[in-house]
Design a protein around this ligand. Structure first.
Ligand SMILES: [Zn+2]
Length: 233
C-alpha cells in the first residue's frame, strides 16, 4: 500500500528537518520571479531579492545607504563584504526562521561560501532556459510610453496592435529588452553563474529544472525536486 501524506500542502514535511533555505538561479526571461512568488506562497517563506534590497537601502539616510548609493551611482559593484552583511542581516530577521528564497545572491563563489558558513542551504534551484528562448521571450515585451503598463506580444497582447488598452498610448520596447542588450545580460549571467553551478553541484544540492515548460509544470518539477530529497538533518 502506498502511504498517503495527508498533511496540508506538505508544508510541515519540509519544515521539520531543517529550514527551507533556497537559492534560486535563472536568466532574465526564465520566469524566476514567477516561480519565486509561487514557492513563497506554498511554503510561506519570504522571497528575498538582492536587487530589491539594494534599491531600498540606497534610499536610506544612513551611512550604509550613502555608501551603497555612492557605489551604485558611480557604476561600481557593491563589494562582497558589504553585500554579505546586508543579505545576512535580512535573512536573520524573524520571518526567515522557516526558510527563505534568495534571488540575485550569491553572485560569486566567495559570497556562496560566506552564505554556507552562516546558513544551511537546502537546495539551489537552477531554472534552465536556452539563450535563444530568453531572447524570444524578452523581446516580446512591450511597455506603454505613456502610463508604463506592461504588455507581451506573445502572452499579454493589447487589444489593438501597438496601442495601450488603458490609455491609448504607443507601446514601445525598452532599450534593455532589445536583442543586443539581452545578449549582453545573458553573457554576464553565464559568467557569473557557471562557477556557482559547479559550487552547488559539488555539494550535491543543485536542482536543475527545465524552464522551457508551462509555468505550472515548472513549479511542479521544483516542488517534486524539493520534496523528494532526503531531509537534511
Ligand atoms: Zn498606457
Amino acid at each position: 500500500m502506498i502511504a498517503v501524506d495527508t498533511r496540508p500542502n506538505n508544508k510541515h514535511y519540509l519544515n521539520t528537518a531543517s529550514a527551507n533555505n533556497l537559492v534560486l538561479m535563472g536568466p532574465a526571461g526564465s520566469g524566476k520571479g514567477t516561480q519565486a512568488k509561487l514557492l513563497s506562497e506554498k511554503y510561506t517563506i519570504p522571497h528575498i531579492s538582492a536587487g530589491v534590497i539594494f534599491r531600498e537601502i540606497r534610499k536610506e539616510d544612513t551611512d550604509l545607504g550613502r555608501k551603497v548609493r555612492e557605489l551604485i551611482d558611480r557604476g561600481n559593484l557593491v563589494p562582497d563584504n558589504i553585500t554579505n552583511e546586508i543579505i545576512l542581516r535580512r535573512i536573520n530577521e524573524p520571518d526567515c526562521e522557516k526558510g527563505f528564497i534568495l534571488d540575485g545572491y550569491p553572485r560569486n563563489t566567495s559570497q556562496a561560501e560566506f552564505l554556507e558558513n552562516h546558513k544551511t542551504i537546502k537546495k539551489c534551484i537552477l531554472i534552465e532556459v536556452s539563450d535563444k528562448e530568453c531572447v524570444r521571450r524578452i523581446s516580446a515585451r512591450r511597455i506603454c510610453s505613456e502610463c508604463r503598463a506592461d504588455y507581451n506580444i506573445i502572452y499579454l497582447k493589447p487589444k489593438q496592435e501597438g496601442v495601450c488598452d488603458v490609455c491609448g498610448g504607443k507601446l514601445i520596447m525598452r532599450d534593455d529588452d532589445k536583442p543586443e542588450a539581452i545578449m549582453k545580460r545573458l553573457r554576464i549571467y553565464h559568467e557569473i553563474t557557471e562557477p556557482l553551478i559547479g559550487f552547488y553541484e559539488k555539494k550535491g544540492i543543485l536542482l536543475r529544472i527545465n524552464g522551457e515548460q508551462p509555468i505550472q509544470k515548472v513549479f511542479e518539477d521544483i516542488v517534486r525536486g524539493l520534496e523528494s530529497g532526503r531531509p537534511i538533518l
